[in-house]
Design a protein around this ligand. Structure first.
Ligand SMILES: Nc1ncnc2c1ncn2[C@@H]1O[C@H](COP(=O)(O)OP(=O)(O)OP(=O)(O)O)[C@@H](O)[C@H]1O
Length: 302
């Protein structure tokens, strides 16, 4: 596998002095080709800024970004292979859905008009309607259709489904998986609906206050992060020297979320009378971004 995105020491600061906002701090990571990557984090964590940097829409304050081996800034060789679907997409005032679909091949050489027409039917998007008259969910559906039918080698979806109902969201997940299987490409999906997309994701980046907290294979994360529950003294003894993402205690009972627990580790926890419970990706993100007693490091990769 080769890397589509390489980021080294990336920083993005808006404003100066006391008003400075450090939207991205010391970010370094690589995203491999032909995988579905989840970019997860709380409001204001830096997800949109990171995507804007990766698509050349913002300049980095420091650090380097390589997309397909080159800087994305004003670089047609890179940007011709990139599709960025964002909530704030603006269209010319008189544009109808049909205009969006008709102009898409100008931007995306891999555009599949038949597939787009099929998705329009599935999402029940009114093609003759002006973009500015669309409902919130219909507007999101147009974005999702463009993102899927563009078949861009690198596709960013920045919270693509604001306003989409549960049926339409499921349609999106199903279409993404099916089309990705037939036309492998690199997808970066930012979302708050972590439980819903958890099974789609192959790699996970969690960002909080501009810092990358987790950069790990989704399967490894799912399998190796475990809640260890039991008497506080036993939990403390078991977790000593281990990477603990979060701790909670009530009276004599404690729960610790432990990363990188292999089979031997699990066996020794059970032998110490502790109970083990799997941690969902959503719980893991909540626990790493609300601060435990121990600072999280590079997730299950650590
Ligand atoms: N142009 C800007 N000028 C000043 N601050 C900005 C600008 N753009 C973003 N920020 C700030 O940078 C931080 C990261 O914002 P960003 O939009 O990247 O977050 P996000 O993770 O996408 O959030 P959300 O999930 O709420 O969309 C926030 O504190 C935001 O207020």
């Amino acid at each position: 596998m080769s890397a589509v995105i390489r980021v080294e020491g990336l920083e993005k600061t808006f404003g100066v002095g006391q008003n400075a906002v450090h939207a991205v701090r010391e970010a370094s990571f690589t995203l491999e080709e032909n995988r579905i990557h989840g970019l997860l984090g709380r409001n204001g964590a830096g997800k949109t800024t990171l995507m804007q940097l990766l698509t050349g829409q913002e300049f980095a304050s420091r650090g380097s970004i390589r997309v397909f081996g080159e800087s994305p800034v004003e670089n047609a060789r890179v940007l011709d292979r990139v599709c960025f679907i964002k909530e704030s997409q603006r269209y010319p005032d008189d544009f109808r859905v049909a205009h969006v679909l008709r102009s898409a091949p100008w931007f995306f050489s891999g555009w599949d008009a038949d597939y787009a027409a099929e998705l329009v039917e599935r999402f029940r998007v009114p093609v003759r309607r002006r973009m500015k008259k669309l409902s919130r969910g219909q507007l999101s559906a147009v974005g999702v259709i463009v993102g899927l039918a563009s078949r861009a080698p690198l596709t960013f979806f920045d919270e693509p489904y604001l306003g989409l109902d549960a049926v339409a969201r499921q349609l999106f997940y199903d279409a993404l998986l099916a089309d990705y299987a037939e036309h492998p490409r690199t997808v970066v999906l930012s979302t708050h609906l972590i439980d819903e997309v958890s099974n789609l994701l192959e790699h996970v980046i969690v960002i909080d206050e501009g810092r990358i907290l987790i950069d790990a294979d989704a399967e490894a994360l799912r399998g190796s992060t475990i809640d260890v529950v039991g008497a506080r003294t036993a939990v403390d003894a078991f977790t000593a020297g281990r990477e603990v993402l979060h701790r909670a205690s009530l009276g004599g009972l404690a729960t610790a979320t432990v990363a990188g627990l292999d089979e031997a580790g699990r066996a020794s926890a059970r032998a110490a009378g502790l109970e083990l419970a799997p941690v969902s990706l959503q719980q893991l993100v909540i626990r790493t971004t609300t601060g435990g007693e121990a600072a999280p490091a590079n997730g299950a990769d650590a």
